[in-house]
Design a protein around this ligand. Structure first.
Ligand code: UFG
Length: 338
């Protein structure tokens, strides 16, 4: 099938492109390159031994989207393109709402005009906020997002659900990602944060590489076994494969409803300190870290109940945390020429 991957030059988009091509699909990448460069597109081409079509365009540009859909005639879209820095979204709410909502609506309108029936949307476990009961299932009530970024993901899920209910010509799956980490085993693609990383693992690998002097651990006085936050860290290749499974469910007409939601995580809760220590052991490096105060907006703990994805998508996270942490370090060293 022919699949448009929006944001395909980015971290999750490039890994998904590789898995789609490996599964026999044709991929076209569209990316405006505001938060990515061609490194991962080139890496994906090398991994696949293919010249993956790339188009530089903004998904909010209806004219450009029309031209793209006219040129390629897609069977499905995987919509990754979005702004994603939680902290930045608080200081730039209009940019986040404009970009994240407009790009989805423009893609949906274009799909309807061109008769493209299937979309997979990048959602996030951020839609749950701090749940009362863990692990979270897809039925866990969503809590008001704590940032414009989180709220934009909730609004996008609402837009999808309302659009699909109204028109009957689209099928959608929203995948709620937990915390994606790691890199492709080839070390040809991986996460490339611009400036100072916001997320834990890129901060760890950059500290190990000597780019950052010290890792700050945000709080060790939470109500958790070691006092640090608990998250569900999922290997980016496992996450990419969940997209292939979601698409194939729609292509096979196996969706039980036209709009479905799945948690994509491992079901395993790992603390910040555990992740740091495991990284040191697996990679034989020492990390310079210190405990500092809590980061505003952090939730204490979230991890996934993955039963629905396991059962309905026939998908389960396969990679061990150790392998994932090794892949992240291999990628950082490759980027730095170490
Ligand atoms: N952390 C540190 N030091 C750092 C960075 C992070 O201690 O330098 C801690 C955080 O306090 C948190 C954990 O590491 O406990 C994970 O933090 P991340 O920033 O890597 O990830 P978050 O769980 O905060 O956020 C991620 C994604 C969001 C997504 C959210 C959903 O970045 O896009 O998960 O919960 F919305």
């Amino acid at each position: 099938m022919k699949v448009l991957v929006t944001g395909g030059a980015g971290y999750i988009g490039s890994h998904t492109t590789v898995e789609l091509i490996g599964a026999g699909h044709e991929v076209v990448i569209v990316d405006n390159l505001v938060n990515a460069d061609m490194t991962c597109v080139e890496g994906a081409c090398r991994i696949c031994g293919a010249d993956i079509p790339f188009e530089q365009a903004d998904c909010c540009d209806a004219g450009a989207m029309d031209a793209l859909f006219e040129k390629y005639r897609f069977d499905a879209v995987i919509h990754f393109a979005a702004l994603k820095a939680v902290g930045e979204s608080v200081s730039k709410p209009l940019e986040y709402y404009r970009n994240n909502l407009d790009s989805l609506m423009t893609v949906l309108e274009t799909m309807r005009r061109h008769g493209t029936p299937n979309i997979v949307f990048s959602s996030s476990c951020t839609v749950y906020g701090q749940a009362d009961r863990l692990p979270v299932t897809e039925q866990t009530p969503r809590r008001e997002g704590s940032s414009p970024y989180g709220k934009s993901k909730q609004m996008c899920e609402n837009i999808l659900s309302d659009t699909i209910a109204a028109y009957g010509d689209l099928t959608a799956i929203a995948l709620r990602y937990f915390n994606p980490i790691g890199a492709h085993p080839s070390a040809l693609i991986g996460e490339l944060p611009r400036g100072t990383p916001n997320n834990l693992l890129p901060f760890i690998t950059q500290t190990a590489a000597g780019i950052r002097e010290q890792l700050s651990i945000f709080g060790d006085d939470y109500d958790t076994p070691d006092g640090t936050n608990l998250r569900d860290y999922i290997d980016v290749v496992d996450l990419a494969q969940a997209h292939v499974a979601a698409l194939e469910r729609m292509f096979g007409g196996r969706s039980s409803e036209p709009f479905e939601v799945f948690n994509v995580g491992t079901g395993r809760a790992v603390s910040v300190l555990e992740l740091v220590r495991r990284f040191e052991i697996v990679n034989g490096v020492k990390l310079n870290y210190r405990i500092v105060g809590r980061r505003a907006g952090d939730i204490v703990a979230v991890w996934a109940d993955t039963a629905r994805a396991n059962r309905e998508l026939g998908w389960t996270a396969q990679r061990s945390l150790d392998d994932t942490l090794a892949s992240a370090w291999r990628w950082e060293k490759a980027v730095r020429g170490m």
